[in-house]
Design a binder for this molecule. Structure first.
Ligand SMILES: *Cc1c(COP(=O)(O)O)cnc(C)c1O
Length: 322
């Protein structure tokens, strides 16, 4: 955000169906997050609703490629260029995602990836920003390391010590070289893990096709799916139970689950800070009340996925009349 020149008085458009980090990054730059509801099935920002939220203060759009599926990048890029807005892609779920053969993160001015423990490349903590704008790359490097214009490799090279200048009040946001060394060796395995997750995904789809839930969107034409999260939407009306009931029942069956996500605007802090309230983004709320993430990882063995299938079947079918 800061490298893109975003700050106080500016507005940045994103979706409420995301992890809080997306919105916090906007807030910490001093700008105001402006939310646009998401689509119920792709869970991505509603492209056709973006323009209504653009004002004279809007500086950027931050689409999240949710769970693995690319946003409608062609249309979003057109909007960004028509209004002269920066486009910053949240690619935390989208390491393997492609749209018309182009990798997620290459459409906008910048693409932001996470290597947190729950992602498809893991360095413990850390992440990556990609850009083909040299000036942005330079700004990001400087801001991420105390605002110094030369990093340690440059200051202590074989050519002798070099002075640096502090050109911004920067941050300590660099990823450690040790973490990068762990991450870089995983790049070779990205494809194999992807294939294994696709297998698990297909196994789940087959096992759950008659259950009272909506299965997550599979591979679509012109989009490569990252198979990052497996997020069925529970038919809570049909089973007469809440998603949290299902979550607890799965836990009782010894299957760990997650929720991606309770929408951003339902969290206390944002409600207080921005006056957002229940009812503001009905599609995100609809997903937030029904979504459940089942185990999905390249490390799952066949008997693990069998356990998940058995438990999910038992939990969902225990509540419906067949
Ligand atoms: C994980 C995640 C982030 C933040 O990643 P960190 O590396 O934990 O800061 C941002 N956006 C989304 C959608 C995420 O899932």
């Amino acid at each position: 955000m800061l490298a893109a020149g975003i700050g106080p008085g500016d507005e940045v458009i994103t979706s409420p169906m995301t992890f809080c980090a997306t919105v916090n990054a906007i807030i910490h730059s001093g700008a105001k997050p402006v939310l646009v509801d998401c689509d119920r099935y792709s869970m991505n920002i509603l492209t056709e609703a973006i323009e209504q939220k653009i004002t004279a203060r809007t500086k950027a759009i931050v689409p999240i490629h949710f769970a693995e599926r690319c946003c409608e990048m062609q249309a979003i890029m057109e909007i960004a260029s028509r209004y002269g807005l920066r486009l910053i892609e949240d690619c935390a779920h989208a390491i393997e995602s492609e749209y018309h053969g182009i990798k997620a993160g290459r459409f906008g001015d910048m693409g932001c990836f996470s290597f947190y423990v729950t992602k498809n490349v893991v360095t413990g903590e850390g992440g990556m920003v990609i850009t083909d704008d040299d000036r942005l790359a330079e700004q990001i490097k400087i801001l991420g390391l105390h605002g110094m214009d030369q990093d340690a490799w440059q200051r202590f090279s074989d050519e002798g010590y070099k002075h640096y200048q502090v050109v911004h009040a920067g941050f300590k946001y660099n990823m450690m070289d040790i973490q990068a060394a762990i991450g870089i060796h995983q790049l070779k395995r990205v494809e194999d893990f992807w294939k294994r997750r696709r297998q698990v995904w297909q196994h789940y789809n087959e096992a759950f096709k008659d259950l009272p839930c909506i299965l997550p969107i599979d591979q679509q034409p012109n989009k490569r799916h990252a198979y990052h999260l497996y997020t069925p939407l529970i038919d809570i009306d049909r089973i007469g139970r809440s998603r949290d009931w299902v979550l607890n029942a799965m836990n009782a069956e010894n299957i760990g689950t997650g929720v991606h996500y309770i929408p951003v605007h339902l969290h206390r802090y944002y409600q207080k800070a921005f006056g957002w309230k229940t009812g503001d983004f009905p599609n995100a709320e609809w997903i937030g009340a029904r979504t459940l993430s089942l185990p999905l990882s390249g490390g799952l063995a066949a008997n693990d996925t069998d356990d998940v299938c058995e438990a999910f079947y038992k939990v969902l079918m225990s509540s419906v009349d067949i």
